[in-house]
Design a protein around this ligand. Structure first.
Ligand code: ADP
Ligand code: MG
Length: 283
């Protein structure tokens, strides 16, 4: 049976936009020792501004943005959404793309104007034997056209306004905080530093996020994972407590024990505190 106090905790939480799947989720939250947080959309706003377009090999900046936006148009990844928005703002036509294939944690492939388009991170270029020269120092999306490097879009995202305070609160609660991200170390370090997170695991494929989770668990104890759910469903399902941030992808909500509907970072320390209060009333 569910102790009555859990209903009160669930009610208080839902008024703050925090949905617990069940009483067991509250119980599990009271035992959390470490928090593993996804970067994009969890710590940061998930809205990228294009900072620079580097054109190489006979392509213009607009052509690079147009090819990338056309290939990314069907993707819901925050980088894809931001690139498409930027192309539309510049009044560039989104071209039809055929045989679109999105590779989780890497990027997208498609045919546009009968040309083979590969658009994604440095690892994705390497997978296709495409030489990109020196990797960018920021979050970057690289483009290859017919197996030739064509250029690169550097993008920047800002941390959420409540991130610094929320991370400080987590640390005060004795929680060890780490950032887990598929982004490059160069792309991730500024956001982690600004938010006050000292432990960064970057360049992780979705499966590798699971390995890191196990490692944190063996070192610190029970782990809470928080992510926006894009490519995160396996980690959400395997964490001691998995929390989906924002309205999120359906797969994420399905896999999560907790949903933070407001997208606020400080929902995390709030939920941990509320779980402990609820538990102490329940026993
Ligand atoms: P994270 O949420 O930590 O960034 P993801 O697994 O969603 O992790 O993505 C990891 C990396 O894979 C991204 O930082 C980006 O470099 C690349 N990536 C994933 N999807 C796309 C996409 N649609 N277009 C371009 N790059 C992508
Ligand atoms: Mg993600």
């Amino acid at each position: 049976s569910v102790p009555l106090a859990f209903f009160s905790g669930i009610g208080t939480a839902s008024r703050q936009g925090i949905l617990f799947k069940d009483g067991a989720a509250i119980e599990a939250l009271t035992q959390i020792k470490a928090a593993a947080l996804d970067k994009t959309g969890t710590i940061t706003q998930g809205i990228f501004a294009v900072q620079e377009i580097k054109a190489g090999n006979n392509f213009t900046e607009d052509e690079i943005l147009q090819f990338c936006a056309s290939a990314e148009n069907a993707s819901s990844h925050p980088l894809a959404v931001s690139i498409v928005r930027q192309a539309k703002e510049k009044m560039l036509d989104i071209k039809p793309a055929a045989d679109i294939e999105e590779v989780s944690g890497k990027g997208v492939k498609a045919y546009i104007d009968n040309k083979k388009i590969v658009c994604g991170n440095a690892a994705f270029m390497q997978d296709h034997n495409i030489q990109i020269g020196a990797a960018a120092e920021k979050t970057a999306v690289y483009l290859a056209v017919d197996n030739q490097y064509a250029g690169c879009i550097a993008l920047g995202d800002k941390i959420k306004e409540d991130a610094v305070g929320a991370i400080a609160k987590l640390k005060q609660q004795g929680i060890s905080v780490a950032m887990l991200t598929g982004d490059s170390a160069e792309g991730a370090a500024p956001a982690a530093r600004e938010a006050g997170i000292d432990i960064i695991h970057a360049r992780l494929l979705p499966q590798e996020k699971l390995d890191i989770l196990q490692k944190i668990r063996s070192e610190k104890g029970k782990v809470l994972f928080v992510g926006d759910g894009i490519n995160d469903a396996p980690v959400l399902a395997n964490a001691d407590v998995g929390a989906a941030m924002g309205s999120g992808a359906d797969a994420a909500i399905e896999a999560a024990d907790v949903v933070f509907m407001t997208s606020r970072v400080d929902a995390i320390p709030y939920a941990l505190k509320l779980a402990k209060t609820t538990r102490s009333i329940a026993v």
